[in-house]
Design a protein around this ligand. Sequence first.
Ligand code: HEM
Length: 465
Amino acid sequence: MGTTASDAGATTTSGATAGAAAGLDSGTGARSGAADVRPATAVDRPGGVDLADPAFWGLPAPVRTAAFAELRRLPAPARFGAGHGRGQGQGHGRGGRDQGFHALVRHADVVEASRTPDVFLSGPGVTTPEPARWVRLLFGDSMVNLDDPRHAQLRRIVSRAFTPRLLSRVEEDIRRVATELVDRVEHERPRDFVNAVAAELPFRVICDMMGIPAEIRRAILDQVNHASEHTGVARPLRERLRTPGRGLRALARMQGMVAALGRERRRRPADDLISALVTADVDGRRLTGRELGAFFSLLLVAGVETTRNALAHGLHLLTVHPGQRALLLGDLDRHLGGAVDEIVRHSTPIIQFRRTLAVDHRLGGPDGPLLRAGEKVVLYYGSANHDETVFADPEAFDITRTPNPHLGFGGGGPHYCLGAHLARQEMKVLYRELFTRLPEVRSVGEPDLAPSSFDHRVRSLRFTF
Ligand code: HEM
């Protein structure tokens, strides 16, 4: 995610898979309390699974689900992508020999890595594969890729826009946008839920919050679509970074437009987020034009793409689980909050983020597997959200699940999703409007999913009412 996510970091690449036979050293012993303290060692394709192979992410969902269940049973995190000289697999760094990454697939491990930020760093980058250094230099760092103190400083500035008080003002706006979108659905009878509704709502809400003038919104959306058009497995990442294509140029253009707006609002502040960000003086700092551009790109990827995918997955889940749908529609007030969280848990719109070890660390306590300084770990939120030691019958879609300590918005800690409250608000308001006015609304057929190791992207979803 971050400045470069949709174009550089968020994409699986085609090409070679992890090849080195590193030896399966984790087949014995329980993780905790093991008498022999074993380092977490490279496990090459346990049970034939290879998370570093882009092909894995194109496999049918039940196959991937079973693979993660298998990985969760291993006594130590498996390692993938190690040993590539040329590295088209996901674990490859910037040149040189790739050390791969450890896959954190259990709920407890993802929580630990998220909440121990001085050990599990974000600064070296959170996307896999890594964007080239020049991409970060050119576009600036967004907060997902920063550690304290810079992260805390930036987060203090931008979190002013996400306080419950300010978000209660946004609620009106969400309602107005949701009403307009459902009006349009009724009149124009579009076929694709993603384009007509799911992508529109969060984009308009962010633009309203930021104060993006109506006349340049289309242009920004066009640039975003260009920037993310290669999301998926279509074109190898390294190829794209060597020949920066339309995607990155589009991102640069979009950031340029936002930076220009920032300069204008600094001169003539208005009642919007851009003005607040460029005039706020927190710790003697305010956002520079470049930081503003980086933050806006982050919001578009983090706040628009994710919510759009969650909304689409939700409509489909509520279509293929008629019992849960009837329960929800029978008492929206009672079940809407639970339904939204269960949709985020079950579909987990963001699949993974990465961290890099600052120091040697034993996972789960002194007897746990050893992770070494400099090694990378990938936090698989979807796997954590289906961890059977935390969620009874994890594959079931159950809107009454209580408690529901899912990690769809992250595992806690300083990078926990800044927009979690806003996302829940958007989903609740939209579903309420949709199901109240069009109670027969449902998806038709299967969603068209883009194979990706980063997000559960729904390209399109046919629907009817
Ligand atoms: C269903 C929708 C959403 C999902 C599933 C989601 C998920 C996530 C996840 C997994 C993270 C990383 C957490 C971590 O590293 O611990 C994150 C971070 C973030 N999200 Fe969201 N998000 C959603 C909606 C939004 C919205 C609506 C916004 C804002 C408009 C937003 C803004 C952010 C930001 C700014 C960060 C980075 C925070 C930081 O690094 O300090 N997200 N999100």
